[in-house]
Design a protein around this ligand. Structure first.
Ligand SMILES: *[C@@H]1O[C@H](CO)[C@@H](O)[C@H](O)[C@H]1NC(C)=O
Ligand SMILES: *[C@@H]1O[C@H](CO)[C@@H](O)[C@H](O)[C@H]1NC(C)=O
Ligand SMILES: *[C@@H]1O[C@H](CO)[C@@H](O)[C@H](O)[C@H]1NC(C)=O
Ligand SMILES: *[C@@H]1O[C@H](CO)[C@@H](O)[C@H](O)[C@H]1NC(C)=O
Length: 338
């Protein structure tokens, strides 16, 4: 039945277009859409939804092809499981950073510790994945919970580096229990870290699995929690050197402001458009310089392995103003144990 509907739609589309050349290019895009649907297991409930999604897919594909064929860029774009969504739709359901207003205020400076380590120990590049301090890329799904994923990746890294064991920890616990955040309606990493401290620990993913929606904070025996922290630090803002020293020690959760190319990123060092406010949370898990001399931050995202480079992105480091590209150095937090 589904195939029959698909065939009918394809035929209708083909007849709706008058000129032969248009018809051919249209049919090749229809084919591309079908292949993309199969690849990512995408289905639509009815034909009007399918037509709407096809139009958006086509716009995205046009944009990607024009961008890539123009060349001479530090990064490339490509299709991913989100390619039938508009930038606005994507931002509305798959990001979710909500910083409290005091995060922007200069009055918070006294709470911001300058994290300093000896310059001698700073490697020219670091990739915490190679040191076994990064778990598999996760997928937040249609839930504005980026803040929980960014936090958990920072804690997972810190726990491995200090305690020697890599654990896959629970985002759902934070989504349900962090009252300073708003579950699948957004939140922030500092509040999430404070919640782990207050709750005396965090469970492993299998103990408190992801549900892609907010539930009631489950009253549990916290002695069964597998990791804990006792403090959290916000790094000095707008200082990429300071951020570098922190990343040399451990993965760092950061806020970024993302623009439309960000969603379509497929490779290289991202130097493209940014948004107008801090709307997404990710974790910096390394840094380095490419063979062509481009400095980058390596970020772990929470949009699954089919986004970016196996779920990761390299984004320009030390390219813009003091706040960094897409304001990556404005709001950075790390867990600690004292
Ligand atoms: C088609 O599917 C979309 C998305 O699931 C839904 O919003 C819409 O109401 C449906 N339309 C019809 C005519 O069933
Ligand atoms: C590519 O971009 C660089 C720097 O923006 C510029 O100097 C160079 O001329 C460009 N090359 C081509 C082929 O457009
Ligand atoms: C932190 O380290 C940098 C580089 O070594 C140095 O310039 C700066 O003065 C240090 N800051 C503090 C507060 O120790
Ligand atoms: C969060 O808020 C709810 C409702 O106000 C309350 O019942 C719950 O105890 C709070 N949870 C925590 C961990 O503070």
């Amino acid at each position: 039945m589904k195939h029959l509907i698909t065939v009918c739609i394809v035929v209708l589309w083909a007849y709706a277009y008058p000129s032969m050349s248009q018809m051919l290019s249209e049919s090749s895009i229809i084919k591309a859409h079908q292949q993309w649907m199969t690849k990512y297991g995408i289905t639509y409930t009815n034909s009007s939804e399918m037509q709407k999604r096809f139009r958006i897919f086509k716009e995205n594909l046009d944009y990607i092809e024009k961008f890539n064929s123009a060349g001479n860029k530090t990064y490339t774009l490509g299709l991913n499981p989100y390619s039938d969504l508009t930038t606005e739709e994507f931002k509305a359901s798959y990001t979710g950073l909500k910083l409290p207003s005091h995060a922007y205020s200069s009055k918070t400076i006294s709470n911001e510790v300058l994290f300093n380590i000896s310059t001698d120990n700073i490697p020219t590049s670091i990739d915490w994945r190679e040191r076994g301090a990064v778990t598999d890329v996760k997928r937040q799904g249609k839930c504005d919970s980026c803040w929980a994923f960014a936090t958990v990746a920072a804690v997972e890294g810190y726990w491995k580096i200090t305690m020697g064991t890599l654990l896959t920890l629970s985002e759902q616990q934070l989504i349900d229990c962090d009252n300073g955040s708003h579950g699948c309606s957004g939140g922030n990493m500092r509040s999430a870290l404070d919640n782990i401290i207050a709750n005396r620990g965090i469970f492993e993913e299998y103990q408190y699995p992801y549900r892609e929606s907010r539930g009631i904070c489950e009253k549990r025996d916290m002695t069964k929690a597998k990791a804990y922290i006792t403090c959290a630090i916000r790094l000095k803002r707008n200082d990429e050197e300071n951020l570098l020293r922190a990343v040399a020690e451990q993965p760092v959760a950061v806020a970024i402001s993302i623009g439309q190319d960000f969603f379509k990123y497929k490779g290289g060092v991202y130097s493209g458009s940014c948004g107008t406010f801090l709307d997404h949370g990710v974790t910096i898990v390394g840094y380095g310089t490419t063979v062509t001399g481009l400095k980058y931050w390596l970020i772990k995202n929470s949009w699954g392995k089919n986004w970016g480079v196996d779920g990761y992105m390299k984004i320009q480091r030390q390219g813009g103003g003091p706040e960094g590209h897409c304001s990556i150095a404005f709001y950075a937090v790390i867990p600690c144990i004292y």
